[in-house]
Design a protein. Structure first.
Length: 320
């Protein structure tokens, strides 16, 4: 792997090269399956988390919205005996919150999501920012953090030394179409939008025409982090615009921000067909989370901004 002489980190690998490497791997991923949800009327459930245990229940948090809008809410679902996920009756519903993520830090559940629409200073059009809640049970989840304006894909993790790690994803002058940054603080109480905004970028991950973000952070046995994320590119414009999102992983050392090269771990063909929100989103897989349990690893993901599924894969972090 060629390294950048300035940063000492690997040079960015084009998506097409990563895709070719993924498709040539042995063994290939299993054929995935769609997840089924009830209790939300005719609305779609997508961009889910992986299942997690909390408050005596196994839950999934998911984005819920009608097919022709971006007006979403985040709902907690529990799987019933019929193997269908139903809204958990005692769990809060988070209005205007898209693309939920979860972490466990200091014995508390932390749930975050993209709040949209919000009014932002100096902008005529509605904007967005991430909001985070924390608590020891579903009834006590309370807001504690708002991320920087117009930043998605902020992810948190408790580090081996008890500090809190955070991945950012700035865009624009600093991050282009979207890059990943990383920083750490002593505790959740010290985490602020300013800290997140100042997180140093990880070098050599994305070409200028591509972008990506972190979706879930796993603390590994050696103290490093296994990062589940996505990498994306876009072709065409206007009505013919097509977005392509792929789940990817890499290893991050939180002590010095050194990281391994990215690798794609699934493609849309690994999941059953499902109608996308609109045709240009058919090839979108939004990484939700990895369930690593009992020697099996399942990737949970949103599909085409309209459905949710899972696929069994080789654990990308097994050697760590």
């Amino acid at each position: 792997m060629r390294q950048n002489e300035t940063t000492g980190q690997p040079d960015a690998i084009p998506i097409k090269k990563m895709l070719a490497d993924f498709r040539n791997q042995d063994p290939a991923p299993d054929q995935g399956e769609l997840l089924h949800f009830d209790g939300v009327g005719d609305r779609d459930v997508y961009n889910i988390t992986a299942p997690f245990s909390f408050d005596g229940k196994t839950l999934i948090a998911g984005r819920v919205e009608t097919r022709n809008t971006e007006s979403a809410e985040t709902v907690f679902f529990a799987r019933q005996a019929d193997h269908i996920w139903h809204p958990h009756p005692s769990a809060p519903i988070f209005a205007k919150l898209q693309d939920p993520c979860i972490a466990f830090i200091g014995g508390e559940l932390v749930i975050g999501g993209v709040e949209f629409p919000v009014e932002l200073p100096g902008r005529d059009a509605p904007g967005w920012r991430m909001s985070f809640y924390r608590g020891t049970n579903l009834e006590t989840l309370r807001p504690f953090l708002q991320g920087p304006d117009h930043m998605k894909d902020i992810r948190l993790v408790e580090l081996a030394n008890g500090r809190v790690g955070v991945c950012s994803r700035p865009q624009g002058a600093l991050g282009g179409r979207g890059q990943i940054g990383f920083a750490s603080v002593d505790s959740l109480d010290e985490l602020t939008a300013t800290t997140i905004d100042a997180a140093p970028l990880l070098a050599g991950q994305f070409l200028s025409e591509e972008w990506g973000g972190a979706n879930e952070l796993h603390l590994l046995a050696d103290g490093r982090l296994g990062v589940l994320g996505h990498i994306a590119w876009m072709q065409g414009s206007g009505p013919k615009e097509e977005k392509h999102y792929y789940p990817m992983t890499f290893i991050l050392d939180p002590s010095n921000n050194e990281h391994s090269p990215l690798q794609i771990i699934a493609s849309r063909d690994d999941f059953p067909d499902a109608a996308p929100k609109r045709p240009g989103l058919r090839d979108v897989i939004f990484s939700g989370g990895l369930l690593r349990k009992g020697g099996e690893t399942w990737l949970y993901a949103g599909l085409g901004d309209a459905a949710a599924g899972r696929v069994r894969i080789v654990d990308p972090f097994s050697q760590y």
